[in-house]
Design a protein around this ligand. Structure first.
Ligand code: FES
Ligand code: FES
Length: 152
């Protein structure tokens, strides 16, 4: 089927099998490999992207469902080489080890901050609970998010 994906401000007409997920369309058809494939079952959050500004797990979202909607991936966050404040805070706080979960964590954190859900450690813990980190970088991830929330 013909699908036009609007990703990071650009329209991409694609011809895809109706079963192709947004994650595979991004990674395999558009070369946007920032969103990672962890579990491919909606359980880890490594593939988190924004769909019309709301976080979704791209491995459980069909590309065909995204027609006429705006997809934002980690590739769109930095501006002219300047990291997004959340990216900078993750670097500052060493909020990763292997880095595999990091793009998903950052996209989720960007949405969580926009949702106004970073009011406390507990709130961040709860609203980031869909993003798993096998390296256990959680304390520093929360510190990075708190930092950005406090900076406003
Ligand atoms: S790869 Fe999508 S939730 Fe794990
Ligand atoms: S930094 Fe390795 S899985 Fe999170």
């Amino acid at each position: 089927m013909e699908v036009t994906l609007n990703v990071n401000g650009s329209a991409h007409p694609l011809r895809l099998d109706a079963r192709v997920t947004l994650l595979d369309a991004l990674r395999d058809h558009l070369g946007l490999t920032g969103a990672k494939k962890g579990c491919d079952q909606g359980a880890c959050g490594a593939c988190t992207v924004l769909l019309d500004g709301r976080r979704v797990v791209a491995c459980l979202t069909l590309a065909a469902q995204c027609e006429e909607r705006e997809v934002t991936t980690i590739e769109a966050l930095s501006e002219e080489g300047t990291p997004h404040p959340v990216q900078a805070a993750f670097a500052r706080h060493d909020a990763f080890q292997c880095g595999y979960c990091t793009p998903g964590q950052i996209m989720s954190a960007v949405a969580l901050l926009a949702e106004g859900r970073a009011g406390s450690e507990e709130e961040i813990r709860e609203f980031m609970s869909g993003n798993l980190c096998r390296c256990g970088a959680y304390p520093n991830i929360r510190k990075a998010i708190r930092d950005v929330a406090e900076e406003g």
